[in-house]
Design a protein around this ligand. Structure first.
Ligand SMILES: [Mn+2]
Length: 631
C-alpha cells in the first residue's frame, strides 16, 4: 500500500516537473524555424532527420565510410591561433589570474581561438579505414552547463555540428543549470537561433549536474542520448563509432576517449597512457588502470570493455537509459553517478565500452571556479551507490571511510526494487567477471607492508626526516630521534615500504599519499604524490642494506656537498643506506618480530629482508599499534 502511494507521489512529482519545465521548452520551438545564415563562421549545417524508426541491425548489415572527407580537407588547411590543436602562444598579459577566475581555465586564450578550430587527428591509424553501419540511430546531444564561458560553450557546440554527420544529430540540448552570467541569457538564445537543431532548456533553481543531465535526457527525442560536458571539442568522425556499437547491441553504453585540452594554452593531446580502463580505489576515487593483455585486441583501435566510466561523456540508447532507471534520482548535485550507471549497466545485463576511434577533447580545469557541494552530499551519494549496488564490498569502503558507516543515505528502497526487477547480478559477479584486474592495483584489503621504521644512513648515522619537507623539496637527513620520544619519531622519521614497492611517510596504518620519488642519477630524493605505477617511485631494499632505485640504477645516498649535521638524500651509485624496520602484524598477537618470520610480501619484492630492530621497547609498542586497525 505504502509503495503504491509512493509511486503515485513520484508520478505526481514528474507531472509537476514537466509543468515547471515546459514553459521553457517554448523558447526553442520559437527558434526552430529560423535557418542559419551562410556566414563563414557558422558550422556546416545539413538537414536533420527526426523520424527514424527501424534502427537496430544485426551482423551482415551494409557498412560505409562515415568520414566527411571535405570537412577533413578544410580543417587541414586552417592556420592561426590554436589551429590543429596547437598550444596558443601566451603573452604575459594573458597569464593573469583574472583569466582563470570565472572558468577555471584561461578564457582569454579561449576567446582568441576560432570557434571552428581544427584538431589533430590523433586516432590510431586503423581508425581511418574503419567502416560503420550504413544505418545508424540518431542522437540527442545533451550538454548541461553552469556559468560556462562563452567561447568554450560555443566551441563545444560548433565542434559537434562541424564533425558530426547532420543526419545523426537529432538535436543538441543545452541545459542551463541556473547560470547567472549575462552572456548565457538572451545573447545565447539569439546566437543559437541560427542553428535549428540546438535548443536551450533552463532549470528554475540550481539543480546540480545529475538532475540537470536528467532533465535534458527527459526531453530528448533522439534514439540515443549522448552526454557531453560544456567545455569539450569533438574530434574527427567521433560519433559514428559510438552509435555503431549501440546499433549492434542496444544495451551497450559507450564512451569516447577523452583527450586533454590544456587549461592554459588550449593545446590538444591525449591523456597519459591513452587507452586505459576506468576503475576506482576503495575510497571511491576514480582511477585508470592499464588494459590487461587478456583484453587487448589484435587491433588496438577496436572497442574495449571498461568497468567504470569517467563520468561526463558517454552515449546510451535512450530507452535503455530509462529502463535502467536513468540516474538514481536520490543522488544530489554531483559525484558518484558515474559509478551508479556503470555498476548498473554491467550488473543488469548490459555492458560498457571505450571506443578508441571516437575522441573528444575536454578542458580539465585548473580549479572549479564556483562552490561545489562536496563533503556530506558527495558522501551520501557514494553511500547510496554502495548500499544499493556494492553488496558486501561496501564494507571495504566503510573500513577506509568510517564516517560513511552511520551516515544516512536516504531511502534506497525504490533503487533496490529496480535492481531486483531487472534481475541484476551481484557485485561479486561484477568484481570477478568485469573488474577482475582492479584488485591488482587497488586491493580491497591492503596487503601488509613489507616493512616500516626509520631509514638510517650508515655512513653518517643520520635518519631521513620529513620535518622540513614540503612536497617536492629534497628529503633531509637529521639526527635520528627514535627512542628519544615516540611521538617525534612517529611524526617525522617513520616510513613504510609498501606492498607497491614505494616508500611513504608514516606507519603502515597511517601512511601519507606521498612517495619517495627521484628522477635520475644524482638527483635529490623528493616526496611526490604517489602514483602507484612504480617508475620513479619504485624502490628495492637489497641484502647489502642499500635502497636501490631501479629506474636510475642508483642507490639512495647522502649528498657529499652539504654535510653540516644534516644532508640531503640523493641517489648515487655509492652504498650507504640501511633501514631499520619492523614487521607489520596483521592477525597474530604474539608480538614476535624476528627475521625468521617470513613476511608476507609480494614475491617480486624478494630483495627486501627484515632486519631485527635494536630497541625492544619501541618494538612492542609499534607491534601493538600495528594491531589496532587490522582491516
Ligand atoms: Mn568538465
Amino acid at each position: 500500500m505504502r509503495r503504491k502511494q509512493k509511486r503515485l507521489l513520484q508520478a505526481l512529482g514528474l507531472a509537476l516537473a514537466a509543468l515547471v519545465f515546459l514553459p521553457n521548452v517554448g523558447l526553442w520551438s520559437l527558434a526552430r524555424d529560423q535557418r542559419p545564415p551562410h556566414g563563414a563562421a557558422s558550422p556546416a549545417q545539413g538537414s536533420h532527420m527526426r523520424q527514424r524508426k527501424d534502427l537496430y541491425f544485426g551482423d551482415g548489415q551494409r557498412k560505409k565510410d562515415w568520414h566527411d572527407k571535405e570537412a577533413i580537407r578544410r580543417d587541414l588547411e586552417r592556420t592561426g591561433n590554436g589551429e590543429q590543436g596547437k598550444p596558443y602562444p601566451m603573452m604575459d598579459a594573458e597569464r593573469v589570474d583574472q583569466a582563470y577566475r570565472e572558468n577555471g581555465f584561461n578564457i582569454f586564450v579561449s576567446d582568441r581561438i576560432s570557434l571552428n578550430r581544427s584538431l589533430p587527428d590523433i586516432r590510431h591509424p586503423n581508425c581511418k579505414n574503419k567502416l560503420y553501419l550504413e544505418k545508424l540511430p540518431n542522437t540527442s546531444v545533451i550538454i548541461p552547463f553552469h556559468n560556462e564561458g562563452w567561447s568554450s560553450l560555443l566551441r563545444t557546440v560548433h565542434s559537434v555540428l562541424n564533425r558530426s554527420p547532420p543526419e545523426l544529430i537529432a538535436e543538441i540540448v543545452l541545459v542551463d543549470d541556473f547560470s547567472d552570467r549575462e552572456h548565457l541569457k538572451k545573447r545565447l538564445e539569439d546566437y543559437m537561433a541560427q542553428f535549428p537543431s540546438v535548443r536551450i532548456l533552463r532549470t528554475k533553481k540550481r539543480e546540480g549536474l545529475i538532475r540537470t543531465r536528467m532533465l535534458g535526457a527527459s526531453v530528448a527525442i533522439g534514439d540515443v542520448i549522448t552526454f557531453l560536458d560544456s567545455h569539450c571539442e569533438a574530434n574527427v568522425n567521433w560519433l559514428p563509432p559510438l552509435l555503431d556499437r549501440i546499433a549492434r547491441n542496444r544495451k551497450t553504453i559507450v564512451c569516447p576517449m577523452i583527450d586533454v585540452i590544456d587549461h592554459d594554452h588550449f593545446g590538444y593531446e591525449t591523456q597519459a597512457g591513452d587507452a586505459m580502463r576506468g576503475a576506482f580505489d576503495w575510497e571511491m576515487y576514480y582511477k585508470r588502470i592499464p588494459i590487461p593483455p587478456e583484453l587487448q585486441k589484435p587491433d588496438p583501435s577496436d572497442p574495449f570493455e571498461s568497468p567504470v566510466m569517467a563520468g561526463g561523456l558517454f552515449a546510451v540508447d535512450r530507452k535503455w537509459f530509462w529502463e535502467l532507471g536513468g540516474y538514481d534520482a536520490g543522488l544530489e548535485i554531483w559525484g558518484g553517478e558515474q559509478y551508479e550507471i556503470s555498476f548498473k549497466v554491467w550488473m543488469c545485463s548490459g555492458r560498457m565500452e571505450d571506443i578508441p576511434c571516437s575522441r573528444v577533447g575536454h578542458i580539465y580545469r585548473k580549479y572549479v571556479p564556483y562552490k561545489v557541494p562536496t563533503g556530506v552530499s558527495l558522501a551520501r551519494n557514494l553511500k547510496r551507490v554502495a548500499e544499493v549496488w556494492m553488496d558486501e564490498y561496501a564494507e571495504y569502503i566503510y573500513q577506509r571511510r568510517p564516517e560513511y558507516r552511520h551516515l544516512s543515505a536516504g531511502d534506497v528502497a525504490s533503487q533496490k526494487e529496480l535492481r531486483s526487477n531487472l534481475n541484476c547480478k551481484s557485485f561479486k559477479w561484477f568484481m570477478n567477471e568485469v573488474a577482475w584486474d582492479l584488485p591488482k592495483f587497488y586491493p580491497p584489503v591492503e596487503p601488509p607492508a613489507a616493512a616500516w621504521g626509520e631509514i638510517r644512513n650508515l655512513g653518517t648515522g643520520l635518519c631521513v626526516d620529513t620535518k622540513h619537507g614540503a612536497l617536492g623539496a629534497p628529503l633531509r637527513l637529521e639526527t635520528c630521534v627514535k627512542g628519544r620520544g615516540e611521538a617525534a619519531w612517529n611524526n617525522v622519521q617513520v616510513f613504510t615500504f609498501s606492498w607497491r614497492e614505494d616508500i611513504r611517510p608514516g606507519d603502515p596504518q597511517h601512511t601519507k599519499k606521498f612517495c619517495f620519488d627521484a628522477i635520475s642519477h644524482s638527483s635529490p630524493v623528493t616526496l611526490y604524490d604517489c602514483h602507484g605505477m612504480k617508475g620513479n617511485q619504485l624502490w628495492r631494499y637489497r641484502k647489502d642494506k642499500t635502497l636501490y632505485h631501479p629506474v636510475s640504477s642508483s642507490c639512495m645516498d647522502c649528498s657529499e656537498s652539504d654535510r653540516e649535521g644534516t644532508c640531503t638524500s640523493v641517489i648515487s651509485t655509492s652504498i650507504s643506506f640501511g633501514v631499520r624496520n619492523k614487521r607489520k602484524r596483521q592477525t597474530s598477537d604474539d608480538g614476535g618480530d624476528s627475521p625468521e618470520h617470513a613476511i608476507d610480501v609480494p614475491e617480486h619484492t624478494s630483495f627486501w629482508k627484515v632486519m631485527a630492530t635494536t630497541n625492544p621497547t619501541t618494538e612492542t609498542e609499534a607491534a601493538h599499534t600495528g594491531l589496532e586497525t587490522t582491516p
